[in-house]
Design a protein around this ligand. Structure first.
Ligand code: ASP
Ligand code: MG
Length: 462
């Protein structure tokens, strides 16, 4: 099939007007056949606040009422069928029931909590997809609501489940592909289900990833990610007004950007797209006419400097042990402990007796729990000395042939001559050079680099 997948993010579905703009986008492209939605803006955050179980009953009720309000404000513009109305009522009731069950859990019932949390969070996407299906129907689209949990098979790692892609491909070919000729499928991002039918989630912001997976599984020609910015920018425009939207960026560069903090795409989004070389378009549902950025396998331009990404809330974990001196296996021991606690390591630098590792504090799982546990620290401390530094920021310079171009380091460090650069990583990829600075210096560092590398040469060619 030569169809496209369109994904609409939370702000694009925040209210009826926003949903109508998304409907215009679907109507403007005949080939858009799969529509993947996030929860309406604010809903997932409210659900996350309920999932902690820590809110007193009054605040709990206020959060539930707010969710209901956001959705009802959209529903009043629609002529929902009795089936849709009862689905929405059931979902809102379920939110209340699950939130109460979570609030009643005892300490130590963590497993039950994470499982219930995914069920709770999933209600956001179920609600928005039901409403958006009706918006499309009323605009004359032959839209069909599909429960993505019938297709998106995952592991049972609640909060951040792993997708079983082979099963997803199989299920999509049976349950989605046959419908595409005649219908536009509207379905949920972010959620899935395990083998036993339990609801799972793919981690915060996971709807982009869902869209890409469904694109891969149905062999689509393009994945359109509609968000609230007109594409991927040279850097976060809130940091410097000089930032500009890129016309194109390669998969490799964009993957580095997403990994190193650019919030535009969920870091996993490009994995399915890269596997199948499916181009990904990123644009604003508010201003589709403004165009956007196309992310593809091969770009026409290959500038040394394409973009600068920022990732805040970095923790630097330094482990030191004299045993490491000429000793084989020390790194393996450290990494085994980190793996056991499911910690993903970003950057690593080593000296003879120390290893420094960065860990990300943000978006650790759907419930937002931080991942450095006392148990993990105790295990590490049994084999080495551990120091932890917090509130660092990771700045990543992204481009092409960074490892073989002359003068990158000179340019970088002369611009930052008065900044304490805490850790530097370069050489593993030709597409990035990254370093850690104090969190409170990050925006200044980026503005200066952007000025030195992007504003003095158009498109940043070295
Ligand atoms: N609604 C989910 C979240 O806010 C997933 C998404 O928006 O991509 O994280
Ligand atoms: Mg989102």
């Amino acid at each position: 099939m030569n169809h496209k997948v369109a994904k609409f993010g939370g702000t694009s579905l925040a209210n009826f007007e926003a949903m109508s703009r998304c409907a215009d986008i679907v109507l403007s492209s005949q080939s858009t056949r799969i529509v993947v939605v996030s929860a309406s803006s604010g809903v997932t955050n409210l659900l996350v606040s309920l999932s902690t179980g820590a809110l007193p009953a009054t605040q709990r009720n206020a959060a539930i009422a707010k969710i209901s309000e956001i959705q009802s404000a959209i529903a009043t513009h629609l002529e929902l069928s009795s089936q849709q109305l009862s689905l929405i009522d059931d979902l809102l009731e379920k939110v209340g029931d699950i939130a109460t069950s979570i609030a009643r859990l005892n300490v130590g019932e963590e497993q039950v909590r994470t499982q219930l949390t995914d069920k709770l969070l999933a209600c956001g996407e179920q609600l928005s997809s039901t409403l958006f299906t009706q918006v499309l129907i009323e605009r004359g689209v032959n839209a069909h609501w599909l429960d993505v949990r019938d297709v998106m098979r995952t592991s049972s790692d609640f909060g951040k489940a792993t997708v079983c892609i082979d099963t997803v491909v199989q299920l999509a070919s049976e349950r989605i592909t046959p419908l595409l000729e005649k219908q536009v499928i509207v379905t949920q991002g972010f959620i899935g289900s395990d083998e036993a039918g339990n609801t799972t989630t793919l981690g915060r912001g996971g709807s982009d990833y869902s869209a890409a997976l469904l694109g891969e599984a149905t062999h689509c020609s393009q994945i359109d990610i509609w968000t609230d910015v007109t594409g991927i920018f040279t850097t976060d425009p809130r940091i410097t007004a000089q930032a500009y939207a890129l016309e194109e960026i390669s998969f490799n560069e964009a993957a580095e950007m997403a990994t190193f903090g650019a919030k535009v795409l969920h870091p996993s989004t490009l994995i399915p797209a890269m596997r199948c070389k499916i181009p990904v378009f990123v644009g604003s549902s508010r201003a589709p006419e403004a165009g956007g950025t196309i992310v593809r396998n091969e770009t026409e331009s290959k500038p040394v400097y394409r973009a600068i990404a920022l990732r805040r809330e970095q923790t630097l974990l330094t482990v030191t042990s004299m045993d490491m001196l000429h000793a084989p296996g020390f790194l393996a021991r450290v990494f085994t402990i980190l793996a056991k606690y499911n910690l993903s390591v970003d950057l690593v630098t080593t000296s003879e007796v120390s290893v420094a590792i960065t860990l990300d504090n943000t978006g650790s799982n759907s419930g937002g729990n931080t991942q450095i546990s006392q148990a993990m620290l105790a295990e590490l401390e049994a084999v080495c000395q551990v120091t932890i530094e917090k509130d660092l920021a990771l700045v990543a310079l992204i481009g092409n042939a960074i490892d073989t171009s002359y003068g990158v380091g000179t340019r970088l460090f002369s611009t930052l001559h008065d900044v304490n650069v805490r850790m530097i990583c370069q050489g593993a990829s030709s597409h990035n050079l990254c370093f850690l600075v104090e969190g409170n210096q990050a925006t200044d560092v980026i503005s200066r680099l952007h000025h030195a590398m992007f504003e003095q040469n158009a498109q940043g060619v070295a």
